[in-house]
Design a protein around this ligand. Structure first.
Ligand code: PEP
Ligand code: MG
Length: 556
């Protein structure tokens, strides 16, 4: 029987396939004692689990080949190590359950390896992985980490951290569903970057059994459990229809009466450039440079490595605009060598520009690398700082840019309500603004963007957030400067029209959303966008604002 669950749709499209759980860390099995007569059965259970894990590792190795095969075969040998198995059996004989026996025997072996010097200690992680696999199998819980699957699947997770993303195989992930996470969470941003449908803040998502077939609609936020063949066919046809309509939209972003709103891409590095170009991005509106720093949280990448990565992105848009954001470390993106470990409230602590002003060598290195990367290229380089709170912040950033010899436009992100309210003061120091609506919502509503149960407050349709957008855009217009949006709000086609009506001058989003936003803008006049913006601001809630704007824009 088909069952429907509802969450928040954050990345368009329809995904249909079996679910696979993102395995959480294996829990320590309970230390309950078993009866002596149960020992042989538990020993057999342990042996079966070990054999199954070893066979699985070997099968995976055969598929992978090369170096990976050698590593997986070594792990299979570890699993079947006779001494280790003898220890497991002995522990079960004196009262441990199979899972507890495996857990404790591996712990003893692990301590031995760890004390045996560097080479063996390096294998401790592999050993832990083998133990987790055997224990997970015995406990009947999903394998830890990214799912093992050879067929495409819909990924289910409590939430996804940036570090998880590196391990995902984009050819296998059909879509994401998470229990936590709001529309601005990393799961949502990642899904858009990968161009796969996603639904977040869906309570009970992780209770769905492994392998059950679901249909996920990333626009409506609906998840259907076990849709029948006819329903699946209907959904596929609908998705294909939408895709075809979108493919027909091309060219620069503009309203139906020709008001230009450049559509730019959010990228995390050169790897995101092909998708941006394919979607017809007119440039980059947010280059999140922290992804270059996340590879090694112990130190900054060298200036050379930075120059290379920046240049690849700049070269991809010869005549276009590329807005690079300097490192935004701290809070949900901590870096060991920069972020204080003991902050009571990291989101309100030393993060973004605050971190960089405390570490001028990191900021200087980044700005010098950018200056070198842009040398000789016709690109319009713009550089902006995250988490600017006031004019003093903007001034300090502009000074650092000048001192680094950077020939670019300097700008400030508007992510803190103070910056939106006093935008005209900030604009005395910088040449453009870019609204980071993800953090702006978080700080306006005192609602952590990582907490799924607060999704209502992180909704960018909240009229209070629209008021702040209007304040910043109005100040920029009065100063004759530009004010874009690079937060996830720009990726919502209806909201993109409202933002245009509020006076925003460009929209930057994950590449996959560009065609949707382009198509929505092309259907509305500027006057309609303005009326929709007025109607949305006059509402008392996000739902009312959305409905009011929809009414104006659909001409109902
Ligand atoms: C924002 O806060 O809206 C933004 C674009 O920055 P990030 O999502 O990287 O914090
Ligand atoms: Mg931000």
């Amino acid at each position: 029987m088909e069952k429907a669950l509802h969450g928040v749709g954050v990345s368009h499209g329809v995904a249909i396939g079996p679910v696979r759980h993102m395995g959480t860390a294996v829990l320590e099995p309970a230390a309950t004692r078993i009866a002596t007569e149960d020992a042989p059965r538990e020993q057999a259970r342990a042996q079966q689990a070990v054999d199954a894990v070893a066979a699985d590792l070997i099968a995976r190795g055969n598929l992978a080949g090369g170096e990976a095969q050698a590593v997986l075969e070594a792990q299979a040998l570890m699993a079947q190590d006779p001494e280790l198995m003898a220890d497991v059996s002995r522990r079960i004989a004196v009262g441990s359950s199979a899972e507890r026996g495996v857990y404790d025997a591996f712990a003893a072996y692990r301590a031995l390896l760890a004390s045996a010097g560097e080479y063996l200690a390096g294998r401790v992680a592999d050993l832990d992985d083998v133990r987790n696999r055997i224990v997970a199998r015995l406990m009947g819980v999903p394998m830890p980490g990214v799912p093992d699957s050879d067929e495409p699947y819909v990924l289910l997770a409590r939430d996804l951290a940036p570090a998880d993303t590196a391990l995902l195989d984009p050819t296998l992930v059909l879509g994401f569903v998470t229990e936590e996470g709001g529309p601005t969470s990393h799961s949502a941003i990642l899904a858009r970057a990968m161009g796969v449908p996603a639904v977040v803040a869906l309570p009970g998502a992780t209770d769905l059994p492994e392998g059950v077939v679901v249909a996920v609609d990333g626009s409506s936020g609906e998840l259907l459990v076990e849709p029948d063949a006819q329903r699946q066919a209907e959904l596929r046809a609908l998705a294909a229809e939408r895709k075809a309509a979108l493919a027909a939209s091309s060219g620069p972003g503009q309203t139906s009466d020709g008001h230009r709103v450049p559509l730019l891409a959010n990228v995390g590095g050169p790897g995101d450039v092909p998708a941006a170009l394919a979607a017809g991005a007119e440039g980059v509106g947010l280059f999140r440079t922290e992804f270059l720093f996340l590879d090694d949280s112990k130190q900054a990448p060298t200036e050379e490595a930075q120059v290379e990565a920046y240049r690849k992105v700049l070269e991809a848009f010869p005549e276009g605009r590329v807005v690079v954001r300097v490192l935004d470390a701290g809070a949900d993106k901590p870096l060991d060598f920069l972020t204080p470990a003991d902050e009571p409230n990291p989101a309100l602590g030393v993060r973004g520009l605050r971190t960089l002003l405390e570490h001028p060598e990191v900021l200087g290195g980044q700005l010098r690398a950018l200056a070198r990367a842009a040398e000789g290229l016709p690109v319009h380089l713009e550089v902006m700082a995250p988490m600017v709170a006031d004019r003093a912040d903007a001034k300090a950033f502009a000074r650092a840019c000048t001192e680094a010899g950077l020939r670019a436009k300097f700008g400030a992100m508007v992510e803190i309500p103070s910056a939106a309210l006093r935008a005209s003061s900030i604009l005395r120091e910088v040449e453009f603004l870019s609204l980071g609506t993800n953090d702006l919502a978080q700080y306006t509503f005192a609602a952590d963007r990582q907490v799924g149960s607060l999704a209502r407050l992180q909704d960018p349709w909240q009229p209070a957030l629209l008021d702040l957008v209007a304040a910043a855009a109005g100040a920029a217009q009065a100063a004759g400067k530009s004010c874009g949006v690079c937060g996830e709000a720009a990726a919502d086609p209806l909201l993109a029209c409202v933002l245009t009506g509020l006076g925003v001058t460009s929209l930057s989003m994950g590449a996959a959303s560009i065609p949707y936003v382009r198509a929505a803008l092309a259907k509305a006049t500027l006057a309609q966008c303005r009326r929709a913006a007025e109607a949305a601001r006059a509402a008392d809630s996000a739902e009312e604002a959305r409905a009011a704007a929809h009414q104006v824009l659909s001409g109902e």
